[in-house]
Design a protein around this ligand. Structure first.
Ligand SMILES: [Zn+2]
Length: 169
């Protein structure tokens, strides 16, 4: 969900709707303040983690039991996307990974995020961090994309790897 401001985060006046940069946006009516809520997407890094057990999918704490997705997370300040995804893998799974390729960039408009997806290879024994409830290892040929978010990266990666597949309904 996009964050919505009611009041200006700089001067606390009630925001109004006005056109800026070709779209309706929430702006501050105080011209000396000049705040505009641009609502730009937040970058998120994600990875297809190829491990000796299979492709590693994770379920975050609080997700329904059947939901698994790619390892993903937000960038820290001053971090490159490549550094960010390797750090997230280390934090969530306690394993070291090496970049293989960049899969692509995907708009996830439902969450106002831009997903930067990588293929990595990783080794070692997996130990889950507290934010991860469970993981599963899926053979690449049995991996199936899901129709939103990081699922698009899975679809493209499977195509790059030469696996045929269909988007799940
Ligand atoms: Zn303001």
């Amino acid at each position: 969900m996009p964050k919505d401001y009611t009041y200006c985060p700089q001067c606390s006046k009630a925001l109004i709707q006005a056109e800026r940069g070709g779209r309706q946006r929430a702006i501050c009516p105080d011209e000396t303040c000049g705040f505009v809520h641009w609502n730009n997407p937040t970058p998120v890094v994600a990875a297809i983690v190829e491990h000796e057990e299979g492709i590693i999918l994770v379920r975050n704490q609080g997700w329904p039991a059947s939901w698994f997705g790619l390892v993903s997370g937000f960038l820290e300040a001053d971090e490159t996307p490549e550094e960010g995804i390797l750090r997230e893998i280390k934090e969530e799974l306690a394993i070291d990974a090496q970049l293989v390729s960049f899969i692509g960039a995907y708009a996830f408009s439902m969450r106002n995020e831009l997903i930067l997806a990588y293929h990595v290879k990783a080794q070692g024994e997996i130990t889950l961090s507290e934010e991860i409830a469970a993981y599963k290892a899926v053979p690449a040929q049995k991996l199936r994309p899901w129709p939103f978010g990081t699922g698009e990266a899975v679809r493209d990666w499977l195509t790059q790897q030469g696996f045929s597949h269909h988007l799940a309904e």
